[in-house]
Design a protein around this ligand. Structure first.
Ligand SMILES: C[S@@+](CC[C@H](N)C(=O)[O-])C[C@H]1O[C@@H](n2cnc3c(N)ncnc32)[C@H](O)[C@@H]1O
Length: 267
């Protein structure tokens, strides 16, 4: 990520907001806010807030008497978040070293970010640290890659046509789907009795092209992968053939999207 300028990061963040957010991310914000039992007047934190999808929902739940902070490591994501919602307190920072004092928040949430952290156990300890006693922790993590045959198809296309590293980047967001391992991770981080519930959502891209572009423009550049026009067109052509069984009669790509919610209360 660091090789990109802030302007370049912002461009990728805009593609994330336009192509990936509606397809995979927006559908979880209300459900995760429910899971954290967000109430008017609360002070809440969105960790790895990205372009602010969850933070915006949280702001509408806590109302004028509450306050929402969003923290993310990526200044491009934060630039888009700020533009969309100037009323929220946006902060650049790492989940592994949260820039807040102890016992500050009534609730700490993290929507589909944990899989990308270099030290997830440290990040969980940090989330617990900044939470008030009795406060609620709620995270969402994608289910396993092996439950997503459409993405398995895409990974094999990237491996064949481009490079195995691209297939690996595609799999990274789905690398924490094992519930037993997730439970152990939370317990190792000192979070007692985490409750893990799997919810079923729907991935929906308007076309095969948009599904391919969502990753090539809205995710891979953050992982240091840039694909040119001819590589992109070759992938779109191959995906149009191989994703046929996931396409609706209107040409959209749709498939089931399992997401685990992990909730806990600070003692
Ligand atoms: C898949 S996006 C999810 C964003 C947002 N929560 C949403 O639901 O749209 C993952 C986010 O995690 C952020 N991120 C990755 N590693 C991070 C870290 N160590 N600390 C803080 N944020 C991080 C990325 O910059 C990105 O915005």
């Amino acid at each position: 990520m660091s090789h990109l300028s802030v302007q370049e990061l912002e461009k990728v963040a805009e593609a994330y907001e336009q192509l990936l957010a509606p397809a995979l991310f927006e559908q979880w914000a209300d459900r995760l806010a429910d899971a954290a039992e967000i109430q008017p007047g609360q002070r809440v934190l969105d960790v790895a807030c990205g372009t602010g999808i969850l933070a915006r929902t949280l702001a509408s739940r806590v109302g004028e008497s509450g306050a929402v902070s969003g923290v993310d490591i990526n200044p491009g994501m934060l630039a888009v978040a700020k533009r969309n919602s100037p009323g929220i307190e946006w902060q650049e920072g790492s989940a592994e070293a949260l820039p807040y004092d102890d016992d500050q928040f009534d609730a700490v949430l993290c929507q589909l970010g944990l899989m990308l952290f270099s030290a997830p156990e440290t990040a969980l300890r940090e989330m617990k640290r900044v939470l008030k006693p009795g406060g609620h922790l709620a995270l969402a993590v994608f289910g396993s890659f092996d439950q997503l045959p459409a993405y398995a198809t895409m990974a094999s296309i990237y491996e064949r046509l481009i490079d195995p590293g691209v297939g690996n980047a595609l799999q990274l967001p789905f690398s924490m789907g094992n519930k037993d391992r997730l439970a152990s991770l939370f317990e190792e981080a000192g979070i007692q009795a985490p409750v893990i519930i799997t919810h079923e959502g729907t991935a929906h891209f308007d076309s095969v092209r948009n599904m391919v572009l969502a990753d090539i423009k809205g995710w891979f550049p953050f992982a240091g992968i840039e694909l040119g026009e001819s590589a992109t067109e070759a992938v779109v052509k191959e995906a149009s053939k191989e994703l046929a069984s996931f396409q609706t009669s209107q040409g959209a790509v749709e498939f089931k999207l399992p997401v685990h919610f992990i909730t806990a209360t600070k003692a």
